[in-house]
Design a protein around this ligand. Structure first.
Ligand code: LMR
Length: 337
């Protein structure tokens, strides 16, 4: 072969390889969509994960976080994940019923956890692991549980006793257990996407709602709710999930690095959740727009008593055996709330 021909062949070969080199250097992009504000336990933990994923994979993975329903609303985001339009989400545990995994609704049962210590026995233990496994047939890989906090009721009229919510239209997440909870108070449940709640409260489509304080504060619901009673009657937290096909298709070393980033992020999320909610409660009080009421022990007991029947009603939906194993961990007894 003549030299010029050889050279031009080499040059052509190098150019032919260039796109491959370029492709090899492109980071793997993970779109992580969620519905709350950046400055919340979930928002901050998602950012933390994005940072650590980039660092631990040395730039091989780029996590793009889309907060505040900018990409998808509640129901749509679950569908988008299954279709692979986004790769990661952290929906609240109340949003897994419509996916067909009703067991997750155990977390919505009133007063089932009195504090984070009881909760972690379930989410960070074998029960939590077995719940995440139940997502696999849906094409979803369960990665971790991240905390938010305990929900309290708000409305435009004072709330001290269960009867104060009678007849009110209350926005809830898409959970059958939450529907029963609201009915147990003789109020009217209204399922609605999170992104629509502020407007619904503002226009009177609903009278009130239930939230951990971090969500109430960061969505500015204090502007449109005059009263908040610290009922802390239920838990709201998240399962971090990925599209199964995507996750299992990752190179093993990269997946291992992402698992490590997730482990760190979970510790971070569960450390800041209470701090964030406590800080936001002070911030709500400071606005002077919402009156915050701390229930007396008797009033709290009245809510517990009114809501305890929800456990029995929902037992067959969630699974008796599963519920018994949770009660064993937490010490809650619905017959003696
Ligand atoms: C809600 O819809 O109230 C919550 O699930 C929002 C969230 O993700 O915390």
């Amino acid at each position: 072969m003549k030299l010029p021909t050889l050279l031009s062949g080499l040059v052509a070969g190098v150019f032919a390889l260039l796109p491959l080199v370029a492709v090899a250097q492109q980071p793997i992009v993970i779109k992580f969509s969620h519905v709350v504000a950046h400055d919340t336990p979930k928002g901050l933990a998602a950012e933390f994960f994005a940072k650590r994923a980039g660092e631990l994979t040395k730039g091989k993975v780029k996590v793009e976080v889309y907060a505040n329903s900018t990409l998808y609303k509640d129901k749509e985001e679950m569908e988008a994940l299954q279709l692979g339009a986004v790769q990661m989400l952290a929906p609240s545990l109340a949003k897994f019923g419509p996916l067909g995994v009703k067991e997750f609704e155990l977390f919505d049962l009133p007063y089932i956890f009195d504090n984070y210590t009881e909760l972690h026995k379930v989410t960070q233990g074998p029960i939590g692991q077995s719940l995440l496994k139940k997502l696999e047939p849906k094409g979803v890989t369960g990665l971790a549980f991240w905390d938010n906090g305990f929900k309290s009721f708000s409305a435009n009229t004072p709330i001290k006793m269960p009867a104060d919510l009678k007849g009110k239209k209350l926005r809830i997440q898409s959970s059958k257990v939450l529907e029963e909870e609201i009915r147990a108070l003789s109020a009217l449940p209204q399922v609605m996407a999170f992104s629509e709640v502020y407007q619904a409260l503002q226009t009177g489509v609903v009278d009130g709602t239930e939230n951990p304080i971090s969500n109430l504060y960061t969505q500015k619901m204090f502007e449109v709710q005059k009263h908040l009673a610290l009922t802390e009657h239920g838990y709201l937290g998240y399962a971090v999930i990925a599209n199964k096909k995507f996750w299992e298709g990752l190179p093993a070393d990269v997946r291992g690095q992402l698992d490590a980033a997730m482990k760190e992020s979970t510790a971070y999320a569960n450390k800041i959740a209470k701090e964030q909610n406590d800080k936001d409660l002070e911030a709500v009080k400071k606005t002077g727009k919402t009156q915050v009421y701390a229930l007396t022990p008797e009033e709290r007991q009245a809510f517990k008593k009114a809501l305890a029947p929800v456990h029995l009603k929902m037992e067959s939906r969630i699974g008796k055996e599963l519920l018994q194993s949770v009660y064993k961990e937490t010490g809650f007894d619905p017959a003696n709330p």
